[in-house]
Write a protein that binds this ligand. Structure first.
Ligand SMILES: *Cc1c(COP(=O)(O)O)cnc(C)c1O
Length: 387
């Protein structure tokens, strides 16, 4: 059975054109880009091309602002590390309550090490409390890290406004844009963003490659030291093929951006509308006015998301639930809890995340299969009554 893959915020299929671009770097072009000979040197040139392709998708002023890393998580860690080194006397860090574990766990670790962390809350639609952010910025703040697009709900934070506040106070602003890159247009030349993380496997490049945008002039201390790769900003022999693949994926994302925001968005909107009209007691999570085009988080009251996932799995439908299994008990995700989604609904939350490879026929499958699944589960639920 070919899957109906609606879990693209977890990872994406590597695009055919990306694989094709990568293959020569495993076979005839296996040289080390740091070598003196032409055989290796030509590979270094291709890495430069990939760097330009990433810079172009981001609208960065220069390809020198792009640093290749091993993943989104490493990019996040390297950005925060650089800020702490740039301002060793500053002991205050600011983030939000809805960040990906890559930032959430890092800040929790730094809190244990003695840093003062301010975690800015969101409202029921996942919108950031900007007043509180503004009041929290002080001379002791080393960095503000706020995601651009939420991985669970697709909600977009106003990164331009956040960056502006930070810049007025001389505070570095990092954004985890792993879910946003390739899905919405960006022009970093004109935006007050100092550091930005992205990851290959969320935009049809392979797993295990990412990048960090470092605005020219931003102080940066390497997170990993050793050889002189990446202009001395990240040691370690480059993951050449994957870097070439990431560049190619960025080129593709530029070409497909319009389709993402028209065809994909329309499919998502139809899926959402049909499910809401066919299934009672369900609602969409997130900021419907500022949301990724591909993401749909729906809460079905009085049932368990894991049960829905298992039953959809029998039809080959792949999605995610809004719970994380912590210490044996299924706790609703910190994102839904931060938004104040009631427990009875948070437990029954499903995230559908689409890509350019999805079809209307696949939406039809979900629209047909899901309503009876929800009904069956509710008929078994002690908390549900039709009346
Ligand atoms: C997937 C994801 C990450 C982590 O990226 P990896 O490349 O898997 O380390 C970080 N932040 C967000 C918002 C993500 O969705």
């Amino acid at each position: 059975m070919t899957p109906v893959y609606l879990d693209n915020n977890a990872t994406t299929r590597v695009a055919d054109e990306v694989i094709e671009a990568m293959l020569p770097y495993f076979t005839e072009l296996y040289g080390n880009p740091s070598s003196m000979h032409t055989f290796g040197g030509q590979v270094a040139q291709k890495i430069q091309t990939a760097r330009q392709q990433v810079a172009s998708l981001l609208g960065a002023a220069s390809s020198d602002e792009i640093l290749f890393t091993s993943c989104g998580t490493e990019s996040d860690a390297a950005a925060v590390h650089a800020a702490l080194r740039a301002f060793p006397e500053r002991k205050h860090l600011i983030t939000s309550t809805v960040e990906h574990p890559a930032i959430k766990a890092l800040f929790e670790k730094l809190a244990k090490e003695g840093f003062r962390i301010t975690t800015i809350p969101v409202d029921t639609r996942g919108r950031l409390n900007m007043d509180l952010l503004e009041k929290s910025l002080d001379e002791d703040t080393a960095i503000v890290s706020m995601m651009w697009a939420n991985n669970e709900t697709g909600t977009l934070f106003p990164v331009e406004a956040i960056g502006k506040l930070c810049r007025e106070k001389g505070i570095l602003f990092h954004t985890d844009a792993v879910q946003a890159v390739g899905k919405i247009p960006m022009d970093l030349k004109t935006m007050p963003i100092d550091l930005l993380s992205l990851s290959g496997h969320k935009l049809h490049a392979p797993k295990g490659v990412g990048a960090l945008y470092i605005r020219k002039g931003t102080p940066f201390t390497p997170y990993i030291v050793g050889g002189h790769q990446e202009h001395g900003r990240r040691a370690g022999t480059e993951n050449v093929a994957s870097i070439i693949g990431l560049g190619r994926a960025c080129l593709m994302a530029e070409e497909k951006m319009a389709e993402e925001n028209t065809r994909v968005r329309a499919m998502r909107d139809r899926l959402e509308k049909e499910l809401l009209s066919r299934i009672p007691k369900c609602f969409v999570n997130g900021d419907l006015d500022a949301r990724l085009p591909n993401t749909c988080s729906i809460s079905f009251e009085y049932i368990e998301g894991e049960a829905i996932l298992l039953m959809m799995n029998q039809y080959g439908i792949c999605a995610s639930s809004g719970s994380a299994c912590t210490s044996g008990s299924l706790e609703p995700s910190h994102v839904l809890r931060a938004m104040g989604v009631p427990h009875t609904a948070a437990h029954g939350t499903i995230r559908f995340s689409l890509s350019i490879y999805n079809t209307e026929a696949e939406m039809d499958t979900v629209i047909e299969k899901l309503p009876p699944i929800v009904k069956r589960l509710r008929d078994m639920s002690p908390f549900w009554s039709d009346s």
